[in-house]
Design a protein around this ligand. Sequence first.
Ligand code: UDP
Length: 370
Amino acid sequence: MKIKYDFLVVGTGLYGAICAYELNKKGYRCLVIDKRNHIAGNIYTKNEDGINVHVYGAHIFHTSNRAVWEYINQFSDFNNYINSPVARYKNELYNLPFNMNTFSKLWNDVFTPDEAKNRIEEEKAAYHIDEPKNLEEQAINLVGPTIYEKLIKGYTAKQWGRPCTELPAFIIKRLPVRFIYDNNYFNDRYQGIPIGGYTKIIGKMLEGIEVRLNYDFFEHKEELLKEAKEVIYTGPIDQFFDYKYGPLEYRSVRFETETLNMPNYQGNAVVNYTEYEVPYTRIIEHKHFEFDSTSPKTIISREYSSTWKVGDEPYYPVNNDRNNSLCEKYKEEADKLTNVHFGGRLGQYKYYDMDKVIEKALEFVSTLGN
Ligand code: UDP
């Protein structure tokens, strides 16, 4: 079989699609494959009843990188959605991220930033944590034990399948703590949801490029490797090497999606259920990511976090020491393969947000010259 493609791109998610788009623009011949029956990987959105459903979990675009923001805006306009999740703990509702609205609701004698700070300091003084060794200690150091107990402990244990004492502190660093009345979940300068959904963006990137769906890399590996000079692989790095050092650990998510005959179920796109006893972590009401839905119905997804096993959909890499050093072994193997490039959340085994994925993809393509 003779070489037909300069690049084979495995996976039509954000990383793969950007690489394909940029390479195609530079005149490289690309073939893009995906094992699923649709493009867009986990940012796939599907229009149902006039609502863009985030089929593989909610994706809210946010970045502080202006170049990345301008880049993604070439493919779609974005609305002005600001993520402001609400947390439900038993029969109490709190604003997230942790901010003055949360503090003043939690403590009815707290009205000012100083009062909130003092209350947190007072609470955490009893714990004497200088250098947090795990997520529990990090959380207590950051916001004190009451917020930890009500808003972090149960949610995190559900999401990661283990107690906070066995989790790395960095996970919680994603969450801002603010002493102002501001419910914006992200600190980033730019934020929004693409009008018309994410699938449209990926569709535009892949325009004019050969795409094969329902096409599994591993089933066709031999012939594919003969047809393409180089490979950009965005699947799980451990799977590429047939799990030879053992599988890396991921968290998977199961979505229970329901269409309800009512226009508005929970009044917000995201409601987190932070107590351990409620089996799901959050409920997403998809229409609230957009502002123009006139649908008399609404679609909600309950998210159940689950232990991943070979064959399940991997969502979150579990970046603890054990997995990171196992991943290093795979990366050493990967480095030996000069014509295979690993990218994206699964290819790099990193908890990347979408903006980081764009940065990484553009960085990679720029190393190839013109
Ligand atoms: N988290 C929490 N309580 C919440 C929301 C988040 O304790 O109500 C913690 C939890 O440890 C989670 C981390 O913050 O793993 C990051 O949450 P984020 O919402 O950023 O995760 P993603 O949206 O990527 O699933």
